[in-house]
Write a protein that binds this ligand. Sequence first.
Ligand code: ADP
Ligand code: MG
Length: 445
Amino acid sequence: MDDLWQNILAHLKTTLSSASFNIWFAKTKQLDVQKGGGGIHLLISCPSSFVQDTIEKRFLGQLQKIGQELTSNQVTFSFQVRADRPPINNNLFRPLHLETPPPHPSSHPQLNPAYTFQNFVVGPSNQVAVAAAQSIANSPGSIYNPFFLFGDVGLGKTHLIQAIAHQLIANNPRTKILYTTSEEFTNDLIRGLRNQKMEFYKNKYRKIDVLLIDDIQFIAGKTFVQEEFFHTFNSLYMAGKQVIVTADSPPDEISGMPQRIISRFKGGLTIDIQPLDYETRRGILEYKIGELQLVLDSEIIEWLNNYPFKNAREIEGILLKLKTLSSLQHQQITLTTLNQMLGKNHLTTPSFTPKEVIKTTASFWGVKMKDLLGKGRQSKIATARQVAMYLCRQELNLPYTQIGRIFGGKDHSTVIHSVEKINQLFKTDNQIRQAIISIKSNLLK
Ligand code: ADP
Ligand code: MG
């Protein structure tokens, strides 16, 4: 009874995606509980009025129901916005649970103060990258050196490595970090050469604890820059200093990058951020809607949830347009508005069907579709079947019962078990992870 709210949340959590749950409930708190009049009344604090509105509009019924089940009493709620709430944009919603205290955005001018771990939504497509980034932020130079992060445009590479920088500074304000882009690195070298100040720039890049270079692919093919990077890298590496780079592709697929640099990169940890899956996409969407304090009809939210956004940047772009429309023109956002904005063809929801998932998964493992949908327990077939179920859930968000029907009449607990199992393996088994990545990319072709 002490913290009935936590109890209720523990139950609610099982029905929401973790991204949603964290966004709406992670920062709520029980302030008071009163009994009487045949019921229980809870007073709950929320981090913002937007969170309060959302909880009242979308979750109240569910909360009351869970409360009733837990206590056999009628439970009512009132919400209030916490007085000490932080300004918008600043850790308002915390998608992440960190063991260390959240850093204050540091005063490093090269860093975007909003690019912190707290503001980064974690989901299946980036959780491995986030875990790696956090461990580096907490013990630089020791375990994963260099750290090579790659992925398509707009998926959060810059955000994530800057989050490492913010966390490093928060952990130890004296850490000398330098975040830069390949272009800036190149420009510095040119300036150094032109003004005969090479020593100055060498020191700038070598007398530091952590070097972060964004979009390293742009040094490829520039002999002099590559040369200088190679020496900078070696000097930092030998001194046990952390090097972090991002790129648009894995080390050995950057055309024009010399082998000796590639092999340095491969000597550390290489991790990718994958194309957005349904859950991550939805988490980012909810988070950004909250951040912008956009008020949208449930119909619009539903539509946006199903729109196949390719990356977070695209999500931000569209929401900003909606924000402008609604605030400048006081225009109600309707499906027609969205349609006009994006063109009609975008109204189709998922970009592939369950049948395509099954076909692509079967062909990846070289098994027959008929076997995949059957009952055979041979391990290759069973794995393919479980992965296909997992993809139907993750990517198409089909209900478990429907997946059961598609897969030849399996009951929904079998489906849940398979999905959970692959979810676990995805985090721990590199082969499965790679298989899923390939299948997904085949599906998106
Ligand atoms: P990249 O460097 O991979 O091209 P960025 O880091 O610039 O991508 O991300 C593009 C935009 O999307 C940024 O504004 C970033 O804050 C946002 N973004 C990307 N991924 C996420 C995420 N998982 N959660 C919250 N915001 C994200
Ligand atoms: Mg970037």
